[in-house]
Structure formats: structure tokens, C-alpha cells
Design a protein around this ligand. Structure first.
Ligand code: GLN
Length: 270
């Protein structure tokens, strides 16, 4: 029975995951091709599907759930993801909240997402502001493949453009809202096995102190920001001071936002 299979799997998955029960439910819903809600409300007394064991085995080998199921929920949207694209994290929703905090009743007309990956921040922002258009930049063609497919699936292909690029280099127009979740892990920092083994290093690591990409992105932001606009960058929880200093040196005023765990996670720059 599914109920028992979930309990048993959750117990085994505790070895590799901080969220074993959730992982088991997402994998089971994927095996059944139903939503998690449907699984929990309607299917718990059904027989467990054959395919479930193999999915659990992959997770036990540290593969991220989102790569196994091929999808991850973020803000108000579901994104397709897989190898080569950083898995969207709930922490990054802090950037959307900070943007809403800035614009209030207003709405940005143009949005730039630097290091868009599978389109995470850009497509969430376009869902938040249905009148906006946006551009997502990434240096990974693989990531952009997911991003374009996600825009198509979400019916946003006419509002979202994606381009291979190197941060703001070559852009010659201004944007009302600039979002960026750059790599910010120090080269020698340890990461959980699932992140280190499966997710793209180019989306994670940024030099010895993890600050290399802020040093490249922030000095360019004043040039790219439209009047009344704002830029919001994700940071590691210990980087609020150092990134704020880089911002001030770039002529920007920083304001720190915390994630749901109460740790510094985003800096709004004006
Ligand atoms: N938040 C991610 C992690 O800790 C890192 C993402 C990033 O470097 N931008 O795994």
C-alpha cells in the first residue's frame, strides 16, 4: 500500500535528505503521475506502483528530487529542471518578495534576470507582473534550453527572451527590475552531496571567497537600472556585509532582506 511504502521510504531517505517525507511524497506522486495533493487526498490506500523503488534508489544515491521528477515548484509557477540547471530554491523567493516590497502598487515594465538558469526568477517575476516583459541571461546554453522550454510551457514565450551572455556585458538598455542569483559559494566550501555531485559547479562557485561574480555584476548595475528601478541580488547568509560594501563602492545603496529562516539572503540595490 502507498501509505506504508511512503513511511518506509521516508525512513530510508532520512539518511540522505533533510526532508525525507516530502521527498518520498514527491517521488510517489511522480511515479503515479498525479499531483502531491491528489496523492495525499485520494491514493494512500492504493497499491504502491512498481516504479517507486527505482526512484527512491536514485534519491538514496543523492540525486536531487527535482532532477528525478524533472520539475520544481517556485513562487507561483512550476519549472522544468534537470542536469545543467540549478534547482530553484525556496530561499530565492526572498528576491521576489523584496521586489514586491519595492514596487508596491506599481509594477516593473521591464525585467532583467542575470544568471537566469532554468528561468527561475524571470518567469516568477513575469507571473507576478503580467504586464511586464523580460530578458534572461545565462552563460550556459543547457540552462537556457530549460528556460526557453519553461517560458513556452507557462505561456510566457512572448514576454520572455533568453540570451547567452556574460552578466551585463553588451546590454545597452535599462530595466526597471534587475534580479540575479549568481554563484556565491567559496571554492573550498563544503556542500551537501546532492548539490556538489549533481548540480552545475558553474552556477555555484565564485572564487576563493565566493564574491567574484558580485565584483563583476554590481559595478555595472547603475548603467543598467532605469530611473525608479531596483536591482536585487541573492547572497550567501554570511555575505551581507561584504556584498553591501561592494555595492557602496559601485554607487549603490544596499538594503538587506532575510529569508524565511531569518538569515540574510538578498540585497536590494538602488
Ligand atoms: N543557495 C545555493 C546553495 O546553497 C547556492 C546558489 C548559488 O550559489 N547561487 O546550494
Amino acid at each position: 500500500m502507498i501509505r506504508a511504502a511512503l513511511a518506509a521510504a521516508a525512513q530510508r531517505l532520512a539518511e540522505v535528505s533533510d526532508t525525507p517525507r516530502l521527498d518520498a511524497e514527491l517521488l510517489m506522486a511522480h511515479a503515479l503521475d498525479v499531483s502531491r495533493d491528489d496523492l495525499l487526498l485520494r491514493r494512500l490506500d492504493d497499491p504502491a506502483p512498481q516504479a517507486f523503488e527505482a526512484l527512491v534508489a536514485r534519491r538514496l544515491a543523492h540525486e536531487p528530487v527535482a532532477y528525478i521528477t524533472g520539475t520544481r515548484a517556485f513562487w507561483t509557477i512550476d519549472l522544468r529542471v534537470g542536469p545543467g540547471a540549478l534547482v530553484p530554491r525556496p530561499d530565492s523567493e526572498t528576491l521576489i518578495e523584496a521586489a514586491i516590497d519595492w514596487f508596491g502598487e506599481r509594477a516593473p515594465a521591464s525585467i532583467l534576470d542575470l544568471g537566469t538558469g532554468p528561468g527561475t526568477l524571470l518567469l516568477a517575476a513575469l507571473d507576478q507582473w503580467p504586464g511586464a516583459t523580460g530578458l534572461g541571461i545565462d552563460r550556459s546554453e543547457a540552462a537556457l534550453g530549460y528556460a526557453r522550454a519553461n517560458a513556452e510551457r507557462l505561456g510566457m514565450a512572448d514576454r520572455a527572451a533568453f540570451r547567452l551572455g556574460d552578466w551585463g556585458a553588451g546590454l545597452d538598455r535599462r530595466f526597471d527590475l534587475i534580479l540575479a542569483n549568481p554563484p556565491y559559494i567559496g571554492t573550498d566550501e563544503t556542500l551537501p552531496e546532492d548539490v556538489r555531485r549533481y548540480e552545475p559547479a558553474s552556477a555555484l562557485f565564485a572564487g576563493p571567497d565566493g564574491l567574484d561574480d558580485y565584483r563583476r555584476i554590481l559595478p555595472d548595475l547603475r548603467r543598467l537600472l532605469a530611473p525608479g528601478g531596483t536591482a536585487i541580488v541573492e547572497i550567501g547568509w554570511s555575505q551581507a556585509e561584504t556584498v553591501s560594501a561592494i555595492a557602496r563602492n559601485s554607487g549603490l545603496a544596499p538594503m538587506v532582506y532575510e529569508d524565511l529562516g531569518g538569515r540574510p539572503r538578498a540585497i536590494r540595490l538602488t
